[in-house]
Design a protein around this ligand. Structure first.
Ligand SMILES: Nc1ncnc2c1ncn2[C@@H]1O[C@H](COP(=O)(O)OP(=O)(O)O)[C@@H](O)[C@H]1O
Ligand code: SF4
Ligand SMILES: [Mg+2]
Length: 333
């Protein structure tokens, strides 16, 4: 990939859980280009937030062990930087937003104070310049009344407005990469759609690559260019969103899609939940972790880990990890 901005190779995270040591992220790899939005999708507990925390350097030993062959941001390999250099990178070249902005906003400081502090720290602007830049960022995330918002305190804003402030803060330094962990999950659908549109527009105009973490396939359909499907800490399918929705090849992806209610027929449709339960990460068996819920599973699946393979030949844009994938003859490219 020529203008790849962020590249992760074989990232793993092992945590101490109540049931013992667990590999909660298992050798995941992906790349991101400037301006694109890559979805990281999967059911609750599959390892999405831990992946984000590991990429931000927020999983600390001895509770957690992070290993990776490479986490490359521009020309820097983050696995080889010392803590001081990593701190400089965090917040300026790679930033993150969370589901609940209130946890990241200090109730005693105004929005203007939050934003201008970040801008002064990372962009070296003086007070007046930073205040002007803060107003500009608020306008860019769709806040028409930016001067008033600057004076407001976090608790005076709605959830959607707080998330816009977080996006403004995270994007103020024009980071190369933004990791957004369920940023719209707490919002109503209309606000969610607006926030996703603003995030996407800002990402494109700044050339920022966005890793959008969500459990919601509707969010993927609306906002993402490509998506990674995660199950029990592993990536099981990667594809452009159109191909993923049009012709999923991994049985787990197909199961997720079948579990989404559709209203296009005008009649209520019966949705098909995936049978069985997600195994605990400390009690994973050999082979494919989906085997206990998969109708196609055989002895090979239960003993041999399926590797990621290309579905679309040398194009290499659609990959899956499955011994007995679904047909993909109606590939929707
Ligand atoms: N601090 C922690 N200590 C031990 N286990 C954890 C911790 N945080 C998360 N886990 C476990 O790691 C797995 C992945 O969690 P997480 O990344 O939060 O999932 P997701 O974001 O996909 O819902 C889960 O099984 C969860 O219980
Ligand atoms: S590898 Fe086997 S068990 Fe796993 S998803 Fe594919 S067919 Fe099912
Ligand atoms: Mg999470």
């Amino acid at each position: 990939m020529s203008d790849c901005i962020f590249s992760v190779r074989n990232l793993s995270v092992t945590l101490q859980t109540g049931l013992g040591l667990a590999r909660v992220v298992d050798k995941i790899s992906f790349s991101l280009q400037g301006g694109e939005i890559l979805g990281l999708v999967g059911e609750s507990g599959c390892g999405k937030s831990i992946t984000a925390a590991a990429l931000m350097g927020l999983v600390l030993s001895p509770q957690g062990l992070v290993t990776a062959d490479q986490i490359k941001l521009g020309d820097k390999n983050l696995t080889q930087l010392d803590e001081a250099s990593l701190r400089r990178v965090r917040g300026s070249e790679i930033s993150m937003i969370f589901q609940e902005p209130l946890t990241a906003l200090d109730p005693v400081f105004s929005v203007g104070s939050h934003l201008s502090t970040v801008i002064r720290r990372h962009r070296g602007e003086n007070r007046r310049q930073a205040l002007r830049s803060s107003v500009d960022m608020l306008e860019r995330v769709g806040m028409a009344d930016a001067d008033r918002i600057m004076q407001s305190y976090p608790h005076q804003l709605s959830g959607g407005m707080r998330q816009r402030v977080m996006i403004a803060m995270a994007m103020a330094c024009r980071p190369k990469v933004l990791i957004a962990d369920e940023p719209t999950t707490a919002l109503d659908v209309t606000t969610q759609a607006q926030v996703l549109t603003q995030l996407s527009e800002l990402g494109q105009s700044f050339g920022t690559a966005i890793l959008l973490i969500t459990h919601d396939l509707g969010v993927v359909a609306q906002a993402c260019d490509r998506a990674l499907i995660m199950y029990c800490g592993r990536i099981v399918e990667e594809a452009p969103v159109k191909a993923l929705f049009g012709a999923p090849t991994h049985p787990y992806t197909a199961g997720l899609l079948a579990a989404v209610p559709r209203i296009s027929t005008g009649r209520a449709q019966r949705v098909q939940a995936i049978p069985g339960l997600v195994p605990h990460p400390a009690a994973l068996s050999d082979g494919c972790h989906f085997a206990n819920r998969c109708q196609r599973a055989d002895t090979r699946c239960r003993t041999l880990i399926p590797n990621m393979r290309s579905v679309d030949g040398p194009t290499n844009s659609h990959l899956h990890a499955c011994h007995h994938p679904l047909e993909h003859s109606c590939h929707a490219d």
